[in-house]
Design a binder for this molecule. Sequence first.
Ligand code: AHM
Ligand code: MG
Length: 335
Amino acid sequence: MKKNNLTLGEFIIENQKHYKSTSGEFSRLISSIKLAAKIVNYKVNKAGLVDILGDAGDTNIQGEDQQKLDVYANDVFMQTLINREIVCGIASEEEDDYVTIKGKHETNENKYVVLMDPLDGSSNIDVNVSVGTIFSIYKRVTPTGTPVDKIDFLQRGNQQVAAGYVVYGTSTMLVLTSGSGVNGFTLNPAIGSFYLSHPNMKFPENGTIYSINEGNYVHFPQGVKDYLKYCQEEKENRPYTSRYIGSLVSDFHRNMIKGGIYIYPTSTKNPKGKLRLLYECNPMAFLAEQANGKASDGYVRILDIKPTELHQRVPFFCGSKSMVKKLEEFMAKYP
Ligand code: AHM
Ligand code: MG
């Protein structure tokens, strides 16, 4: 069979040996995520048609307005995973606390926890711009047979078993790593199957795109300001191109294909950064490193940060290795 005829399901079975799981639990977990992604995709595609746009009226724990599709995507992913009793716990950007799932016989026998941002970049929904789902999978550290604990979720990113995202874009793709490279699968909407379309995805070592909300320039740390000036200088292959969708998944996806850096620094407005370590930065950092890229908070490797709280925020610099290294050089001048 030609490699690019493989469906995601077939790919997981073929690569089963990498998952060090013979129970099939991991494959069933990815199947559940795949199913939820297809349901959300269906709804996202219809977003302009039905009365689902606008705020739901609730505010999440971060104090931000939730839009209806955020709530919907959160419900779909939570319910799909809960109903299949395939994980022992879920933490979501849209939930105040983690959820414990006892499993089929109420014996807490499942070993994986999932952390997710069910619909990232949701401020883009109203204007028909791509949004995404981000997920991260760990093995619990507490023993099976007991309910999950917060420490199962507060693991360093370098302990991730798998991570991925779904980009609901011009076509819908699921991009996945389980620690041996990154593979992209495109949804054929007529059939409802994800096909391996982008095997072994890699960030180019260097790139010419920088992605940052430059409107916040005055609030940025000096190292970032200096790096931006460097990007705009007329020298060698510079000035670089500025591209910012405001949807992390889409900005990351483009930069991985074309070569670039995504930057969300601290600012006087967001002194700890805006993005969440557990739901956004760790999974994207794992994907980046598996695709020959790099992810840092400006000083430290994202995957080495010890999380202290579920909704922790960090500054996030992620993309082509040489570009992230260069930005770290500028940051190092202002320790
Ligand atoms: P969200 O989880 O509330 O959607 O926020 C995360 C998003 C990222 O996708 C995006 O890169 C960033 O926030 C955009 O923020 P800003 O509008 O401040 O540039
Ligand atoms: Mg988000």
